[in-house]
Ligand binder design. Structure first.
Ligand SMILES: *[C@@H]1O[C@H](CO)[C@@H](O)[C@H](O)[C@H]1NC(C)=O
Ligand SMILES: *[C@@H]1O[C@H](CO)[C@@H](O)[C@H](O)[C@H]1NC(C)=O
Length: 216
């Protein structure tokens, strides 16, 4: 009987654990940090891929601006300060990948919008991250989710990211896939110091059953 309880507890703790791991494992492009967020590939085509991510804890802040790139820089600085010691423990926390930005859809040009930026907490800090000193930095639990993904290289400036999120949306609409249309994610894997082979993605959250892209 006790064995069963232990087995159950073990199973439960395994299935609720975020999968964050060795950068060498998941992909060829997550190379600059010790740990990356791992995923299961559901399917892949030329137009997009479908992935499954398990729940994970992130450290998050937001910035409001008319300009996405400016908001991103402000928010990035705050989160960077948190991981480099502006927390109650004075802990230095390793940078991970990816960095994600939640972007509201359909923001009219020259109108302010709130951009929500998150760093993935390394596996050692998933359960009990130190409290941030800065009150506008907080934790978010991203639920277990499936996403539609489009990858691209180069620098993820606003105009480029917008082009790829539009391309992805078109491909999803053509495939009659359903997805969350309130926002998407812009996902970065590289530091500004990396000049070659940069990798970025845009994600839409799958709604209902995922639809795989047409075969290549
Ligand atoms: C990560 O990968 C490297 C190289 O494949 C391996 O030597 C190391 O043991 C792995 N570490 C963990 C924590 O899995
Ligand atoms: C953050 O807060 C802690 C505890 O309140 C304090 O000891 C520490 O000096 C603060 N760190 C910074 C960089 O402000």
């Amino acid at each position: 009987m006790n064995c069963l309880v232990v087995a159950f507890v073990l199973l439960f703790s395994f299935t609720t654990e975020a999968r964050i791991g060795n950068s060498s494992e998941p992909t060829s492009y997550c190379t600059e940090t010790k740990e990356c967020l791992l995923f299961d590939l559901i399917c892949k085509g030329e137009e997009y891929e479908v992935r499954h991510y398990e729940a994970a804890k992130w450290v998050t802040t937001e910035a409001e601006s008319m300009f996405k790139d400016l908001a991103k820089m402000k928010a990035f600085r705050k989160l960077y300060n948190y991981i480099t010691g502006e927390n109650e423990a004075g802990a230095k926390i390793d940078m991970t990948a990816p960095v994600i930005i939640k972007v509201k859809e359909e923001v009219p040009l020259l109108e302010k919008s709130v951009y929500v930026l998150s760093f993935l907490l390394p596996s050692d800090y998933q359960k009990q991250p130190p409290q941030p000193n800065e009150s506008t930095v907080y934790f978010t639990d991203m639920p277990d989710m499936k996403v539609y993904v489009k990858s691209f290289g180069g620098w993820m400036v606003s105009a480029v990211a917008n082009k790829y999120s539009n391309d992805l949306k078109e491909a999803l609409d053509k495939a009659e896939a359903t997805y969350n249309t309130d926002y998407h994610y812009e996902v970065g894997y590289n530091s500004p110091m990396k000049l070659m082979n940069r990798h970025n993605e845009v994600w839409y959250e799958v709604k209902g059953s995922p639809v795989c892209p047409p075969a290549e």
